[in-house]
Each structure stands twice: as C-alpha cells, then as structure tokens.
Design a protein around this ligand. Sequence first.
Ligand code: NAP
Length: 250
Amino acid sequence: MSSAYLAGSVALVTGATSGIGAATAAKLAERGAHVLVAGRDRARGEAVVGAVRGRGGRADFVAADLRDAESVRKLAREARELGGGRVDVLVNNAGIFPFGPTDQTPQSDVDTVYALNVKAPFYLVAELAPAMAERGYGAVINVSTMVAEYGAPGMALYGSSKAALNLLTKSWAAEYGPRGVRFNAVEPGPTRTEGTAGMGEDLTALAAQAPTGRPAAPEEIAEAITFLASEAASFVQGAVLPVDGGRVAV
Ligand code: NAP
C-alpha cells in the first residue's frame, strides 16, 4: 500500500460522537475508510455509525473515556482488533475547551484539559505509531485550534494544551516520519458544533474577527482533516494547517 490508504484503510477518530469528529468520521467513510467512532456516549456514537452504514460505509462504535491512560491504551487495543490488526489513520479530535480567567480555573479543569487534549493523543500515538512505522505507512491528524497561535484572555489553559499538541505533531513527524508515517495538525477557527452551541453569539463575534467573517460548519474542518489523511497530502509532513477563515493570518 502506498501513502494513500483511505480506500480499505482503518481510521480511528476520537470524539467522533459529535461535531467535527462526527463530520470527519462521515467523510473518511465516504472515501472508503472503515471508521472506528470513539467517544463516551453510546447513543450518539451508534447514530454516527448508523448514518455511515446507511450510506453503504463501514463503521463501528468504540466506547472510551480518554481521561485516564489505561482507557486510552484499551481504546488502542480495541481499535486494532476491530481493524483486523491495524489502524492506518488516527484522528486525535476529542477535546474540551473550558474558557475563563486563570485564577478562577479549578484544578479539575487543568487536569482534564491536559488529560484529554495532550495526554490522550500522546498515549494513542505511543500505542499505534510504532506499528504504522513498521508497516511503512500511516497518517495522524491532530485537531488543534487557532488560539494555540496567540495569547487571548481566558484561553490560557486551552490554548496552551493545543500549543503542546502542535509541537507534538512536529516532534512525531521527526520521530516517525522517516519510517513513512505522516503527522499533521489542523487549527480550526470558531465552528458550530454541539460543543460550542452554548457560546451563542460569542461564537459569531469571535468568527467576525477573521476575513471570512463567519463560523465554520464542521464539514469544512472535516474536509481539511480528510485531505491530510489522504494520498493527496503525501508530501505534507509536520504541518500545522490553519482552517480558521484567515484569523491567524491577519
Ligand atoms: P464537541 O462537539 O464538544 O465534541 C467533543 C467530542 O469529544 C465528543 O465526541 C465527545 O464525545 C468527546 N469527548 C469529550 N470528553 C471526552 C472524554 N472524557 N473521553 C472521550 N471522549 C470525550 O467538540 P467540537 O466542537 O467538535 O471540537 C472537536 C475538537 O476541535 C476539539 O479538540 C476542539 O478543541 C477542537 N476545536 C473546536 C473548535 C470549535 O469552534 N468547535 C475550534 C477549534 C478547535 P462523548 O461526549 O461521547 O464522550
């Protein structure tokens, strides 16, 4: 197999029960991947799986709470089993984004943000990348954020966790890239998802700061992730791609 691996590939998408992850699962399945839909909420996960199967695609739900390392490792094992012994594409998308002043941030938020946004991708890559490197192909896409690029009040915790993920992306490109595994990240701007529904007009105001001037649909982020997972991106390695309507550029 070349660096293509979408048709007939096995793709694990974390946080695929909602928002950007669900849209990514749908798109990867459309392109022929067997998608493993990971999340905690079985009902929403089965709905994503049902929609993929309804369009003739292949998908399975895998329940996992990614806040502790052992569950992350268990997810990797189950994904490998469901994938017939391999995972070719990993999308580290599950994430939480509590905003607020540093001095009012509960310790539990600090722990959970770093567990989910940094440690879970770290342990999944540790579990899955060595076998990709042994086979000589694989693609990992980390879902970061535009606020990993600049300081903003109330976003210290979240932005710093995704800035860590950006550097991990480049570190892993250096570590596993020479053996055929590609690591890239996308940095979405404000996107209308279940997770941002509570932000209401604040999301619109944030999006208005960028040239495109509106929030994204999850499918617009999923399109960029799918590109990075595909053969079309065979020479894209260690990149952090803004998909933010131009916010970081200006
Ligand atoms: P969302 O709608 O809130 O979905 C989050 C996903 O993460 C859900 O599928 C959820 O699944 C999963 N998740 C949450 N806690 C989990 C846990 N403890 N264990 C396992 N899975 C867990 O989020 P979204 O807006 O699509 O965002 C997806 C990613 O894009 C995040 O990493 C976010 O930081 C990033 N992002 C989003 C935006 C935006 O404006 N939406 C902008 C920039 C970056 P369960 O509830 O089933 O566990």
